[in-house]
Design a protein around this ligand. Structure first.
Ligand code: AVJ
Length: 324
């Protein structure tokens, strides 16, 4: 486990900023410009995402919460009690309590790259679950993390339950998703379970509306990435000449978000010059959608055997329980 120990240290703010810079410069230098979706989530981006989750068109959040609520008893029976729950991503205020109530864990370990979000997420849980040891880990969950050292004495050997809601896995291309699932398996260890939310394939108009809402909140979320580059990387992207586009890519079974240049343009980022022709795009997000088969193929590829799948009545979303 030599690789794991080095990931335990905090991710310093300037290291994160250096990574943002490197990935933006790299992404803008490609023939097909693209920036990884994880950089959406600065403070403003996280606020806008919260707003997205409440939109009429954006069904995933409320549908997943519905499944976790309606199936709480079944999920409780399937996962048993006394496990250490490891959540990948800062705990989500509405989903985490549903699982904590169902699974009666021995400890709760939220992992997030942003210490600020972690602390914000933990505070209300500490009030609601005073008996529960909460052990936040500031780390990049794309890498295996040695959580043993963080756990209270005697809890290192408790079986673990990974929680990865929200269809966040959908942001990754299949290869990267499989790498992440394998790394989670290493973090969680033998005998562990994984409860993962995955959004389902559905008719194009429903999907495209969910990612291009009438009020323009998703457009603002997408454009905030360009604004963030201007703010933090001394950029000069012309925000008024970039337009939000959300389109279903059937071949890859994913929604893609792009920022489309409305005219020929040139701009700078960190002193480097970039050009875009009218109609050229910066690809900012993939959100893969799954059917039963593709979901289980992905999980198996990542070393997880699906045990149960729970869906809503309209077959919009699935919550899958898998074992290592
Ligand atoms: C947080 C990645 C699950 O893909 O649905 C929402 C992000 N992007 N609207 C998703 C998102 C545009 C969201 N995930």
């Amino acid at each position: 486990m030599a690789t794991a120990a080095s990931c335990l240290s905090e991710v310093p703010r300037d290291a994160l900023q250096a990574q943002f810079r490197a990935e933006v410069l790299q992404g803008l230098s490609q023939t097909r410009k693209a920036i990884p979706a994880r950089w959406f989530y600065d403070r403003r981006g996280s606020e806008l995402f919260e707003e997205i989750t409440r939109l009429d068109e954006y069904y995933p959040t409320r549908t997943e919460i519905g499944i976790l609520t309606d199936r709480q008893d079944e999920i409780a029976r399937a996962v048993g009690s006394g496990r250490v729950i490891v959540e990948f991503g800062a705990g989500s205020a509405t989903k985490t309590p549903l699982l904590l109530d169902a699974a009666a864990p021995s400890a709760y370990v939220p992992i997030d790259i942003s210490g600020d979000f972690l602390r914000d997420a933990c505070a209300p849980l500490e009030d609601c679950y005073p008996e529960l040891p909460i052990v936040p880990a500031e780390a990049d969950f794309m890498q295996p993390i040695a959580i043993d050292a963080l756990l209270p004495e005697g809890m290192e050997c408790e079986r673990r339950l990974g929680f990865f809601p929200g269809s966040t896995i959908g942001n990754m291309e299949p290869r990267a998703a499989i790498d992440l699932l394998r790394s989670m398996r290493e973090t969680l260890g033998p005998g562990s379970l994984l409860l993962i939310g995955m959004d389902r394939v559905k008719p194009r108009p429903v999907l495209e509306a969910a990612y291009d809402d009438a009020r323009g909140v998703t457009a603002a979320f997408n454009l905030n990435l360009a604004a963030r580059i201007n703010r933090e990387l001394d950029g000069s992207l012309p925000l008024d000449a970039l337009r939000h586009r959300a389109v279903w890519n059937d071949r890859h079974a994913r929604i893609e978000m792009h920022l489309v240049a409305q005219r020929d343009m040139g701009f700078e980022v960190c002193g480097r010059r970039f050009d875009m022709d009218e109609g050229e795009t910066i690809h900012t997000e993939n959100s893969h959608k799954y059917d039963m088969r593709s979901a289980s193929t992905l999980l198996l590829g990542g070393g997880w055997e699906p045990l149960s799948t729970w869906c809503d009545a309209d077959d919009r979303f699935m919550v899958v329980l898998a074992r290592a």
